[in-house]
Design a protein around this ligand. Sequence first.
Ligand code: PMP
Length: 415
Amino acid sequence: MSQALRPEAPAVDSSDAALRARARAVIPGGLWGHLNVAKLPEGYPQYFTSAEGCRLRDTDGREYIDFMCSWGPIVLGHRHPVVEAAARRQAEQGDCMNGPAPVLVELAELLVDTIPHADWALLAKNGTDATTACVTIARAATGRRKVLVARGSYHGAVPWCSPSLAGVTAEDRAHILTFDYNDIASLEAAAEAAKDDLAAVIITAVRHDYAAHQDLARPDFARHLRELCDATGAALILDDVRAGFRIDLGGSWEPLGVRPDLSAFSKAIANGYALAAVTGRDRFREAATQVYTTGSFWCGAVPMAAALATITELRRINGPARMKAMGERLRAGLDALSRQYRLPVRQTGPAQMPLMIFDNDPDWAKGDAFCVAALRHGAYFHPRHNMFLSCAHAEADIDRALEAAEAGFRAVARG
Ligand code: PMP
């Protein structure tokens, strides 16, 4: 019987522990995918009630300075007033209709204006939609099958690329070949194996594999990849789902001077509203027309209005530069604490997407102890996954988070 039908329903316990216990009965594993905090050390909350700016509040009433930003989507800050106002205005007009609202065209124009390699844009809901569409468009355009993927890179949660092999058949991966990120020789070997059947190379903007130090793309590697695709006619697909709109608004490889043929964006594109985009060059326009891309909610106008407001605001305030400055402040503070407590760490990745891993920490004991103590002192860090800055992080927030981080270093020093 549902709660609502019971004559005297008991007051609902919405503590984190009670919600987790109820979820175990009705949700496989308690929660799907990477958001399941069972993968984190004890002490992380699973459920949240509210968020504003760079602050996050859990169901037990504790508040944190947020360095995960919803795993990337929150780029301007939670519930940013400009984005919320734009979304509200659109919601009052209509969201899910028989076709798109005018905002679709405005947003596609803004994407083409903002991203130098983009001659066109199409929209979807999730990063996986966008990466999968890129691969399919590349195959349709080239009439070839093989796709090169860097070992350990994450591109989504469907059989061609899922990190779990449960339910995946060998046939699903039949035309996927792998190489090592930033390794020209292994890229060449994989291209050689694909022979004249090479449709595409897909690559993340940064090597940000789970539970590993990050690596920025080496400029010579990126240039070599561009040359390989030009020489073979394969599509260079940049998976900018995670880094997009944080490193450079024109696409994360703009600073390297290497432009992809197709890009996949999602996460930060609409400051938390569900949206993804594929952008591409004219050479792939016809294939993008032929490939069947659609979804029940893909024309939702509210996320598009949110994206229009988000990208316009990021351009106005130069969001990437702001996040970089705050990320560098965090990095410098963590380095100073690491020296003070004589606990060496390695910090990697772009400053906007930081990751700190302790030296000599094979079982993550130090990283876990650090994060649990920092969490107790009000900073939400992640021990193994790259974190995210938003434009809502100000100097005072970083300094406050560094006080929590000091509690983390003290905990590790105590062993
Ligand atoms: N590519 C990359 C680089 C990602 O980080 C992610 C999400 N973590 C995806 C693709 C898939 O995006 P989504 O979870 O929105 O499907």
